[in-house]
Ligand binder design. Structure first.
Ligand SMILES: Cc1cc2nc3c(=O)[nH]c(=O)nc-3n(C[C@H](O)[C@H](O)[C@H](O)COP(=O)(O)OP(=O)(O)OC[C@H]3O[C@@H](n4cnc5c(N)ncnc54)[C@H](O)[C@@H]3O)c2cc1C
Ligand code: SF4
Length: 325
């Protein structure tokens, strides 16, 4: 691995000062960052560890009845927290299905949201568009796991985080601190599509740190779920996944958030499916229409056509299941 200096600042202000140098990178649990540095996906002259920033750990209830989750809270803590299990079950389920127990104990929620994509060309030696090159190698290459929505015909990564889709479905916000102070960014506006900037995954600037993830108080009648399909039952990223956060009044959906994982370069909110189910009972006809609408704009590559029926079936099953809970 190329050499870098390693610092452990004791305050957020000090961390931000270290990050002002162009080739500095944030280190939280390091489960993604160190692999990227070792494989030279990108380089760093300085690695800025957040490990001494104890204010960034822990899960607290807000006075409005929502939750604040520190960015350094481990994924295992998120999965096992009783408040999250009770009020935000889609998030605890998603967290419990991230990677392996070892990675959940070491990886943090902030790092999970900011991790780099898993496209094997990007992770390998290929100087593709996302690394500043002139082509996408996946387009004519091995693209079984790649995107069917939102690529813009530019880059076909799928967003890798399991926790981001349920957090987006719950309308979470991230608190970001940088040299100009602190700001709140709805998760919905946090991720960047390839047609906006193919070399970035989030709106974060190099010297900005995610400090907290804020969840609003769950509304009356809210039901939620997360389901992930993967190629094998041990640790693996999502081939397809769906997070639902639906508010019911009696048996009718009055507000819907449907967010897909494994489908697009960002956690993909399906406004088409939401539009079909809002105001309706989730009967068989509505559920079938919603799953069809969600995939209306999907475009497959040579080897990932299977994802379209997979997502259709998954969305139908999950909507039917949530109607019965
Ligand atoms: C074998 C394997 C299997 C995996 N399977 C899954 C899976 O099934 N589902 C899934 O969701 N993930 C999976 N992952 C990814 C794993 O969950 C992430 O590596 C982990 O969540 C990253 O957290 P971390 O704290 O270790 O981040 P780090 O590795 O420290 O950082 C990751 C990236 O985020 C940036 N970063 C970290 N924290 C912050 C912050 N607070 N503010 C701004 N930027 C920050 C870093 O600079 C870096 O670029 C897998 C990883 C591995 C190695
Ligand atoms: S899908 Fe994106 S990351 Fe993968 S090779 Fe194409 S441009 Fe690079």
């Amino acid at each position: 691995m190329p050499n870098f200096s390693y610092v452990q600042p004791r305050s957020i202000k000090e961390a931000i000062q270290h990050l002002s140098s162009n080739s500095a990178r944030i280190h939280a649990g390091g489960t993604d960052l160190l692999g990227c540095l070792r494989d030279e996906v990108f380089s760093a002259k300085k690695v800025v560890s957040l490990c001494r920033l104890s204010d960034l750990r822990g899960i607290r209830m807000t006075k409005e009845g929502g939750l604040r989750i520190g960015a350094l809270t481990t994924i295992a803590e998120v999965a096992n927290n009783k408040m999250i299990q009770q009020h935000y079950p889609a998030l605890s389920k998603a967290a419990s299905e991230v990677a392996s127990p070892q990675l959940r104990n070491q990886g943090t929620l902030g790092g999970n949201l900011c991790q780099k994509p898993r496209c094997w060309y990007y992770r390998g030696e290929f100087h593709c568009l996302r690394k500043g090159g002139d082509r996408c190698y996946a387009y004519h290459g091995e693209n079984d796991y790649h995107a069917i929505l939102g690529s813009g015909g530019i880059c076909y990564i799928v967003h890798p985080s399991d926790t981001a889709p349920p957090l987006m479905a719950y309308e979470a916000t991230v608190q970001v601190v940088g040299p100009k102070g602190s700001k709140l960014i709805p998760l919905q506006k946090f991720y960047v599509l390839p047609n906006e900037d193919v070399q970035r995954e989030t709106v974060l600037k190099r010297d900005e740190i995610v400090t907290e993830i804020l969840l609003p108080r769950p509304a009356k009648g809210l039901r939620s779920s997360y389901r992930k399909v993967r190629a094998r039952q041990s640790w693996d990223f999502a081939l397809a996944g769906v997070a639902l956060a639906l508010r019911f009044d009696s048996d009718r959906v009055v507000k819907a958030r449907v967010v897909l994982s494994g489908a697009a370069p960002i956690p993909w909110r399906s406004k088409e499916a939401e539009g079909v189910i809002t105001g309706k009972r989730l009967d068989a006809d509505t559920v079938a229409q919603a799953s069809k609408a969600a995939l209306k704009n999907a475009e497959s590559l040579e080897e990932n056509l299977y994802k379209i029926p997979l997502f259709r079936g998954l969305i139908e099953e999950e909507l039917s299941a949530i109607a019965k809970t």
